[in-house]
Design a protein around this ligand. Structure first.
Ligand SMILES: *Cc1c(COP(=O)(O)O)cnc(C)c1O
Length: 421
């Protein structure tokens, strides 16, 4: 039996209805921007394996450092102990994080980083004797699949069975030029009438909402109001973090820096899962007390694993190299040129871009959405490009090391698709 057949015997895949999608393609190796399947067919990884492998798959600078660390210190409890990879990672992060960030808390994935942020915000108020239990989030946001993260997510199509168990959340529209006055009023009204603990958002780009983009200045207005009311602001930068928007963090575009940032996905360059919740001194100080109960009693067994910290440190060093910074500019320009060529195509409804994140909406009828995704996906895979369309949206978020040839091939495959619609 081949891998695909053996897979079916015991494995249950994420986000999958197995009756409709029984087959999973075996990938046997990956290098740079290329995935290779069990038949030797190659695919350009157009979404960097969910925005993780931004420095290229099996990047030798990252893997060699992890290999060396593997023989030095594999794992140790992070309560009561510390180690060099965690300390060095914290120092490297402080160099690039928004200037108000002061402390770093470890967990294992994007969802847990959001759960940690929500718990921090709730306890921040609790420790100061304030009864605040409600959270404001943006419509269309996605923050993960654990209970806290799921509760604040606005994309609820598949959350039906769990909704009765969610934490208390009020949702407001994503602010823009047209609705800002209305949204501002709604926001202020919630702050006045409810016990709001925190405001959670994906800054500037809502990834799972088909890379929906909005402007920093409108988010800035809401953050300023939140801060005036001592509401903790949480920027979920799990997707936007580490260079993809053209700045190190989407929050770099904001005047008013969020109190808390959530980071994961490309943090370790795709080597292994890890996440961070970082916060300002003000948040940390609310937990710092003689009373042990005011401490933050949240912890994961693998917190600050030395191997993943090593991968993260190597990734951050890579991000800051001239080569990667130039690549970010090159890909950004390349997408802009592609956009000029494509945006007036009769099958393109709209396009958007921030840094190396590029998305285009197809001009197709709603009733075709159902099988459209599978049709698009098949077209891309047949042509050696791995892209995961969302609804009628095609988006690109490729590794920083993607070559011009690979970019052009991806653009060509997208253009050839338009002609078949
Ligand atoms: C992917 C994602 C998450 C969830 O991260 P996981 O590692 O999949 O748990 C949370 N927030 C945003 C913005 C994401 O893109």
């Amino acid at each position: 039996m081949n891998l695909q057949e053996r897979d079916k015997k015991y494995l249950w895949h994420p986000l999958t209805q197995h009756k409709l999608h029984p087959n999973h393609l075996p990938i046997i190796k990956a290098k740079g921007s290329i995935l290779t399947d069990d038949k030797g067919k190659e695919y350009i990884d157009g979404i960097a394996s969910w925005y993780t492998c931004m420095y290229g798959h099996c990047n030798p600078i990252i893997t060699s450092k992890v290999k060396a660390q593997l023989d030095r210190l594999d794992q140790v409890v992070f309560s009561g102990f510390t180690h060099q990879p965690a300390v060095e990672l914290s120092e490297a992060l402080m160099e690039i994080l928004p200037e108000n960030q002061a402390k770093i808390f470890f967990s294992d994935n994007g969802s847990t980083s959001v759960d940690v942020a929500i718990k921090m915000a709730l306890q921040y108020h609790f420790n100061q004797g304030e009864k605040r239990g409600k959270i404001i989030a943006l419509e269309g946001g996605f923050h993960g699949d654990t209970f806290g993260a799921m509760s604040v997510s606005g994309l609820s199509v598949y959350n039906g069975p769990f909704e009765a168990f969610f934490i208390d959340v009020s949702r407001i529209p994503v602010p823009n030029a047209e609705n800002i006055e209305v949204v501002k009023k709604q926001f202020q009204h919630l702050l006045q009438t409810e016990n709001i603990a925190a405001f959670v958002f994906e800054p500037l780009v809502q990834g799972a909402s088909a890379m929906f983009m909005y402007k920093a200045k409108y988010l800035d207005i809401l953050i300023a109001i939140a801060h005036k009311n001592n509401v903790v602001t949480i920027a979920d930068e799990v997707m936007t973090g580490f260079g993809k928007t053209g700045e190190n963090f989407a929050s770099d575009y904001l005047e008013n820096k969020p109190d808390i940032l959530c980071l994961s996905k490309s943090l370790t360059g795709g080597i292994a899962p890890m996440a961070l919740t970082t916060c300002s001194q003000k948040i940390y100080d609310a937990f710092y007390a003689d009373d042990i109960g005011k401490g933050f009693f949240h912890g994961h067994t693998y917190s600050a694993n030395p191997l993943t910290c090593t991968a993260a440190l190597a990734s951050i060093e890579l991000l800051q190299t001239k080569e990667i910074q130039q690549n970010i500019k090159r890909i950004t320009r390349s997408h802009q040129e592609f956009d000029m060529r494509i945006k007036n195509h009769s099958k393109v409804a709209s396009t958007r871009q921030l840094g190396i994140i590029y998305a285009l909406d197809l001009q197709v009828k709603m009733e075709r959405y159902g099988n459209l995704r599978d049709q698009l996906f098949k077209h891309f895979m047949d042509n050696g490009v791995f892209l995961r369309p969302l609804g009628n949206t095609i988006y690109i978020l490729a590794p920083f090391v993607i070559t011009d040839n690979q970019l052009n091939k991806m653009y060509d495959v997208i253009e050839s698709l338009l002609d078949t619609l």
